[in-house]
Design a protein around this ligand. Structure first.
Ligand code: 15L
Length: 273
């Protein structure tokens, strides 16, 4: 958790979707410092509100529930939806229909800014031998990555047509520490996750910007230079975990697509039947 200046409150109400998910749970105690009220939502019951919070149960695919969820919301941190490769139906409901429902509700509620948890899997079929900027065309590595590329386009369209600003954060691997060699390149520490979200919430102008959610790792496949105007500067690095990660994974099959493409195991995931 980062130290906050006394004057860090900038919003009346922030909505955090997917508040009971892995990264939602990380952000929930951290976002409270930036708003008078933090509205936290999830599709199922997930316990009581903490001080300064409102709990709302809502499904992304239910347009009426999303309208009620966005009522009175100034800014959204959208961590909800499907976060792994899965069959098409849940991805269609949560990440395609749900994304449009979220933005339609935001438009009608007058919400001005959204931080969208996109994913590196929107560009998972670029090679690990490349270093790409966030401006490259998407190369999704499955239905999940495809839905994230769609989500980024939703953010673009709602900026161009309706003036809602979005920071699409192509999150790498946000875990307590990198657990394999791939994550030495893709790791995003929890403190840097907070930094990139807060940068997106507080930068004066975002329009629709795409950025990779990555720490300051020595090995990297992503060059965030085109998104420098967001003001995100990572302060953590995977380097201190390098020896441990390499010891855990002593050999690599360089002919395996998992080791060739940035998406790693997602490029071979087959939950599609
Ligand atoms: C993601 O988008 C997933 O949500 C997360 O669970 C990780 O697997 C991550 O990508 C990754 O690429 O490591």
């Amino acid at each position: 958790m980062l130290e906050k200046p006394a004057s860090s409150i900038r919003f009346n109400r922030i909505l955090l979707t997917g508040a009971a998910g892995n990264l939602g749970q990380v952000l929930r105690p951290r976002l409270k410092a930036y708003c008078s009220t933090l509205r936290v939502s999830h599709r199922k019951e997930f316990g009581p509100a903490h001080a300064g919070e409102e709990v709302v149960i809502a499904s992304l695919e239910n347009a009426d529930e999303m309208m009620a969820l966005l009522d009175g919301v100034d800014a959204v941190v959208h961590m909800g939806g499907v976060s792994t490769e899965q069959p098409w139906e849940p991805i269609l409901a949560g990440n395609i229909v749900g994304m449009v429902n979220l933005y339609e509700a935001a438009r009608k509620a007058g919400t001005k800014r959204i931080i969208f948890a996109s994913s590196n899997h929107a560009t998972g079929f670029y090679k690990q031998s490349e270093t790409i900027p966030p401006t490259v065309k998407p190369k999704p590595d499955g239905f999940y990555g495809l839905s994230k590329a769609f989500g980024e386009n939703v953010g673009q369209m709602y900026w161009d047509r309706w003036g809602i600003e979005t920071l699409s954060v192509r999150i790498g691997s946000s875990f307590p520490e990198p657990v394999d060699r791939r994550m030495l390149a893709t790791w995003l520490s929890y403190d840097d996750l907070e930094r990139v979200v807060v940068a997106g919430l507080t930068a004066p102008i975002i329009e629709h910007t795409v950025i990779y959610g990555m720490s300051d790792n020595q090995t990297t496949w992503w060059d965030n230079t085109p998104a420098k105007h967001v003001g995100y500067r990572p302060l953590d690095s995977s380097d201190i975990f390098k020896d441990a990660a390499e010891a855990k994974q002593q050999t690599i099959d360089v002919t395996d697509p998992v080791a060739i493409y940035q998406g790693g195991g997602f490029v071979k995931a087959t939950p599609h039947g």
